[in-house]
Write a protein that binds this ligand. Structure first.
Ligand SMILES: Cc1cc2nc3c(=O)[nH]c(=O)nc-3n(C[C@H](O)[C@H](O)[C@H](O)COP(=O)(O)OP(=O)(O)OC[C@H]3O[C@@H](n4cnc5c(N)ncnc54)[C@H](O)[C@@H]3O)c2cc1C
Ligand SMILES: *[C@@H]1O[C@H](CO)[C@@H](O)[C@H](O)[C@H]1NC(C)=O
Ligand SMILES: *[C@@H]1O[C@H](CO)[C@@H](O)[C@H](O)[C@H]1NC(C)=O
Length: 536
């Protein structure tokens, strides 16, 4: 197949990974980025621009650095486990520099449309219209990787709220929220308890007079700092835990995890307990929410029934005076550059493994990072890109259209069951399962059995340790010589940033001696007792 020139739309984390994968397989990538810098969502900008991702100044990763890293480029060992957005940008700049990605990116260039060429059924080529400095240009590309993200088109369901047009205070979407300065002394209602809603409510509550956090469903609240102070995802997302989850009955796991989270604070007492069981719910991560609730700065409220000119009336009949409403109601998917005639628009929610639209005569269009892993996005979107470039070059082939549709329908049925339980998100995938699925297509899924025979130490860390992306560089195409070392040193990199005041180990070794002496004494007493008994 002749795919050579590839257009990458967007230079966020997905786009950067896509450029790198193209270069790895000998393709010629051209990345179009409408902003003037890389990073996408992680690039903080004070000034809002419609259609750009928007984040608040304090945004900090909710996935830990070892779980978030690209598979052949670990985050520097001294970086904190949960990076602030500026640190994440530093990491992305280092990555782009290391692999020479910058020269393939055209900044301030917006992709306006992509259309199949007239001879698409034989060539698989696309016409790509881009706009830079108010002039348009058309390019021909053999393949397209869409990495445009989905946190730009805000979901702002104002029509659902009676009386909002009469409300005289200010009213904004969490996309517009930058820092808490504007809310000093105010009474603020935050609508929606997702990750953003929780973050915004907590932050504003430090300066506001009162914050009301309104949630229809409630949520289970997780925290970054897990047992022994280790990062939550690095502790829980292991192959061992995934195996236990698969063999244990679901209700047992639910009960176990709910018990664990309720031990931190009782979700019913705090007004947060959702209807759904924990495995059927999106994760909401907030270290501080219970701290703000217990000191009364954040009050949890049910859904808003209606707004008056100065207040919000909640479904339980209570009414509170408010000055500001912030809608943390999320985002909707949109691809303004996809023209209707390309035949992919209808299928944007039903793509083969969330990547390839199944209807195209040639598999030369791919969507990267359009899913919501229960975990970090970089490792999943990077694996997608590794797979896509191999399909583009013909080294891997896709199944027939009917086989792809069958796979999509099978998954759609499981999703339909999930949504009955209340999980509406059709793009949610399980982190390890999804990565293994794509890795199997590529032939890079770690082979535990052979590892167990040839490298027991590594096998143990791959199975029991955090399921980091380096595992997918141990074998097969794209193998990285540093992968083994990266896996065996990942726990050291987690501890390194914490060792800013080194504790002498003498106390610990003292305990060690006490324990050893106890064991020896116990052993001798046992022998004496046994000899005593046998003598009689
Ligand atoms: C508040 C928040 C916190 C998050 N925290 C985490 C986290 O801790 N860990 C994690 O793994 N994930 C997190 N996520 C998920 C996040 O979406 C991903 O981490 C990641 O940033 C997505 O990257 P992306 O490259 O796919 O998209 P984006 O980062 O959105 O990048 C898309 C890029 O494409 C450009 N673009 C779009 N359209 C065009 C066009 N027509 N022409 C040219 N350029 C275009 C945009 O300008 C942008 O630069 C978070 C999301 C949000 C909203
Ligand atoms: C991190 O935050 C994003 C954006 O709110 C969310 O989609 C994702 O599920 C969160 N991840 C975890 C592990 O909580
Ligand atoms: C998936 O299932 C839902 C109903 O469960 C249906 O409305 C939808 O059309 C299905 N999508 C596909 C692509 O089959």
């Amino acid at each position: 197949m002749g795919v050579k020139r590839v257009a990458v739309i967007g230079a966020g984390v997905s786009g950067l990974g896509a450029i790198k994968c193209c270069l790895e397989e000998g393709l010629e990538p051209t990345c179009f980025e409408k902003r003037s810098d890389i990073g996408g969502l992680w690039k903080y900008e004070e000034i809002l621009k419609s259609g750009n991702p928007g984040i608040y100044k304090s945004l900090t990763c909710n996935t830990s650095k070892e779980m978030t890293a690209f598979s052949d480029y670990p985050v520097p060992d001294h970086y904190p486990n949960y990076m602030h957005n500026s640190k994440m940008m530093e990491y992305l700049r280092m990555y782009a520099g290391h692999f020479g990605l910058m020269k393939h990116i055209q900044f301030q260039t917006k992709v306006c449309s992509i259309k199949k060429r007239p001879d698409f059924s034989s060539s698989g080529q696309w016409d790509v219209v881009v706009e830079a400095k108010e002039t348009q240009k058309t390019y021909i590309f053999d393949g397209i990787m869409v990495c445009s993200g989905y946190y730009t088109e805000k979901y702002f369901p104002l029509q659902d709220f009676e009386g909002i047009s009469k409300f005289q205070g200010s009213c904004l979407h969490s996309w517009e929220y930058k820092h808490p300065d504007d809310f000093v002394g105010k009474r603020v209602a935050v609508i929606g308890l997702g990750n953003s809603g929780a973050d915004v409510a907590v932050e504003i509550s430090r300066v506001a007079e009162q914050v009301f956090l309104s949630t229809r469903q409630g949520a289970w609240i997780w925290n970054r700092v897990w047992d022994h102070g280790n990062p939550m995802d690095a502790t829980l997302f292991t192959r061992y835990n995934r195996m236990v989850q698969k063999v244990c009955p679901r209700y047992l796991i639910n009960r176990q995890m709910e018990k664990k989270l309720n031990a931190r604070f009782n979700h019913a007492n705090y007004g947060l307990l959702p209807q759904q069981r924990i495995l059927d719910q999106r994760t909401v991560l907030s270290d501080d929410l219970p701290n703000r609730i217990i000191i009364g700065k954040v009050k949890i409220k049910p859904n808003v029934k209606a707004f008056t000119s100065t207040s919000a009336i909640f479904e339980d009949g209570t009414e509170e005076n408010i000055d500001v409403v912030i809608f943390a109601t999320g985002y909707t998917l949109s691809f303004p550059f996809l023209s209707d005639d390309s035949g992919v628009l209808d299928s944007q929610y039903s793509m083969f493994k969330y990547v390839f639209p199944p209807e195209l005569e040639k598999p030369t269009l791919a969507f990267i990072g359009l899913l919501q892993p229960v975990g970090a996005i970089i490792p999943t979107s990077e694996l997608q890109s590794r797979w896509v470039v191999r399909v583009f070059t013909g080294l891997n082939t896709l199944p027939s259209r009917s086989a792809m549709m069958a796979d999509i329908n099978r998954k759609n049925q499981t999703k339909a069951k999930d949504s009955k339980k209340g999980l509406k998100d059709s793009r949610r995938v399980l982190f390890i399962d999804y990565m293994d699925e794509i890795a199997s297509e590529l032939g890079v899924k770690p082979n535990l059995l052979s590892l167990l025979l040839w490298d027991t130490k590594l096998a143990k860390e791959v199975f029991c340790g955090p399921c980091t992306s380096y595992q997918y560089r141990l074998q097969g195409p794209g193998k990285w010589a540093g992968a083994r070392a990266a896996i065996l040193t990942q726990r050291e990199r987690m501890l390194k940033p914490l060792r800013t005041r080194v504790i002498k180990q003498s106390r610990l070794s003292h305990l060690f001696w006490v324990k050893s002496v106890c064991v020896v004494v116990f052993f001798f007493i046992s022998i004496l007792v046994i000899m005593h008994i046998t003598n009689h």
